[in-house]
Design a protein around this ligand. Structure first.
Ligand SMILES: NC(=O)c1ccc[n+]([C@@H]2O[C@H](COP(=O)([O-])OP(=O)(O)OC[C@H]3O[C@@H](n4cnc5c(N)ncnc54)[C@H](O)[C@@H]3O)[C@@H](O)[C@H]2O)c1
Length: 276
């Protein structure tokens, strides 16, 4: 898809961070943007913000964990436009805890938003995209943590590795229907994700340190938005916005044991400096 003028774009988690920047970028490129988020206040804010530029924008308060709500979103989108050109399954949450302190409910919460949110988007939109004759694109927001793992991030990493895997499978499967799929893998991005993240007790004191590291190393969400638009134009199956996190991924590839020693050491320092 080379141009976005009058294309219908649906973005989940568009109330903040990467989703919000992506909504702005698509709107600026002339797209009709559907802003979707669980937080109604944020939806109203983004719709108002984009409306100032005269962009055709719609807001939806949807919890992507709820399959019926996502089905309702798809139904409304198709009632209005009879098509969806780009679906960005972006809503996500952060979670950090030692694995031995996690309850099953914690795993479920992370996987429900980060993985099932994506699955619900696919379930409701793909059959309709096939019926419209394709010429559509699905972007799933994964992470650099869909390509490597870090201590205390097991649930988050599991969710993002799954998103990378399912996107790769769908890239091949949906190609005959003229539906492209991209897994976008951002590195450390300056958004609310860390401040909003839930943590296990062992990590709650380290959260301030994590936020400090994030602030120092992070890059703007607009960079990810730009890379998402570029990936859709170029029909890329995987796109990355690694910034300063790239050396860590490289180390994971070339020397996994050293990578694990480095990340284990860094984690212990971060956690102990956070202790009261
Ligand atoms: N910020 C980073 O460093 C980073 C890095 C890699 C990947 N990501 C991924 O990018 C995506 C966007 O995160 P962000 O960094 O912009 O965070 P953010 O917290 O700024 O934005 C996430 C948005 O998702 C919404 N949301 C949360 N749960 C939802 C639900 N159940 N249904 C609908 N909306 C929901 C939130 O209300 C929020 O507006 C996530 O999938 C995240 O995992 C972020």
């Amino acid at each position: 898809m080379r141009r976005f003028k009058d294309r219908v774009v649906v973005i989940t988690g568009a109330g903040s961070g990467i989703g919000r920047a992506t909504a702005r970028a698509f709107a600026d490129a002339g797209a009709i943007v559907h802003v979707v988020d669980i937080d109604g206040g944020r939806v109203a804010e983004v719709v108002a913000e984009l409306g100032v530029g005269g962009h055709e924008t719609y807001g939806h308060v949807v919890d992507c964990r709820d399959p019926d709500a996502v089905e309702g979103l798809a139904a409304k989108t198709y009632e209005r436009h009879a098509r969806c050109d780009v679906l960005v399954n972006n809503a996500g949450v952060g979670y950090s805890a030692a694995v031995h302190e996690m309850r099953l409910a914690d795993w479920k919460w992370v996987l429900d938003v980060n993985l099932y949110g994506v699955i619900h988007g696919i379930q409701s939109f793909v059959p309709r995209m096939i019926d419209q004759g394709g010429d559509a694109h699905i972007v799933n927001t994964a992470s650099i943590l869909g390509l490597m793992g870090l201590p205390t991030m097991s649930a988050y990493c599991a969710s993002k590795h799954a998103v990378v895997g399912l996107s790769d499978a769908l890239s091949a499967e949906l190609a005959p229907y003229r539906i492209d799929v991209t897994a976008i893998c951002p590195g450390i991005i300056a958004t609310d994700i860390v401040s909003a993240a839930r943590t296990g007790e062992s990590m709650s004191a380290a959260k301030a340190n994590m936020m400090g590291v994030y602030r120092r190393l992070s890059i703007a969400p607009e960079r990810v938005a730009r890379d998402i638009l570029r990936a859709v134009r170029a029909r890329q199956p995987v796109a990355t916005t690694f910034g300063s996190s790239y050396p860590l991924l490289l180390l994971r590839k070339v020397a996994p044991r050293i990578f694990h020693s480095v990340t284990s050491f860094a984690h212990m320092r971060l956690a102990s400096r956070g202790a009261p």
